[in-house]
Design a binder for this molecule. Sequence first.
Ligand code: BV8
Ligand code: ZN
Length: 249
Amino acid sequence: MSMVFSSDLIEAIRNARSCLVLTGAGVSAESGLQTFRGMEGLWDDFDPMKLATPEAFACEPKKVWEWYQWRREKLPLVQPNPGHRAIAQMEKYFQNFLLVTQNIDGLHQRAGSTKMVELHGNLNRNKCSRCGIMIETLPVSDEVPPRCQCGGRIRPDVVWFGEMLPEAVLRQAWRAAESADLFFSVGTSSVVQPAASLGLVARNNGAFLIEVNLEKTELSGLFDQVFLGKGGQIMPLILEEIIKAKAGS
Ligand code: BV8
Ligand code: ZN
């Protein structure tokens, strides 16, 4: 596939010291994981927006737990794709680099990303919904979901709608957006807050914004350059351009 890199994009890449990459479920689509809204109707015609809430867990803990188990069981069967791997390589070419992912699938870590934060938690971790302790090994129990020693129900360590994001993680992402010279948004519908505001923060602080998505999003107008297509194909080409621009600078 051919991609046109505008001269101001190449210039922005060459001069950039700080780079922030925001990713969403679309970056894991080519690994075979459904996107967040793509799961609609996939599982017992549940709506992810309704299931990923504390209310749903309070009313129907078994249903919510099993939905996460169904998603969790897929993780060992899928691999990071070229998009994850290109993003992991990008770390080396900027003095300051941060990957901010909304995804909970752990594929960025498996692709080698180290300078990263997870805004919405991680599907491989569990915690107690009452006392909050992390649960390393699930107790064997015929109750679903199993319970913590304190009696509280165990839940996935992910951020549900209506829940605060981890304070320190959000602050780190916000600060990175404030000081970014280059901001990539890859595979997110830019609907969920506060993640979707990071691009605005970066723009207000003078960053050059690039969006990579299968289709236009609500925020496409905010971006200096929009690449429409698959992240697994486009990100390796962007990495090539970064390597060239940095070699020349
Ligand atoms: C908060 C973890 C403060 C769980 C997720 C009313 C009450 C309470 C809150 C709100 C409210 N109204 C609004 C809010 C704020 C709310 C929100 O943003 N709602 C939206 C829907 C309007 N946000 C919150 O509640 C956040 N907390 O605000 O706290 C607060 C507290 C109390 C009261 C008020 C405020 C918490 C948000 C976190 C929710 N948890 N995930 C789980 O995963 O089960 S979010 C969930 O959506 C996933 O993390 C997902 O990553 C994320 C964003 O979705 P996307 O990643 O963009 O995925 P999506 O499917 O939408 O899009 C995929 C994109 O990829 C598409 O554009 C597609 O074109 C593209 N694509 C597909 N294939 C490819 C591709 N692109 C490239 N290549 C491909 N191959
Ligand atoms: Zn507990």
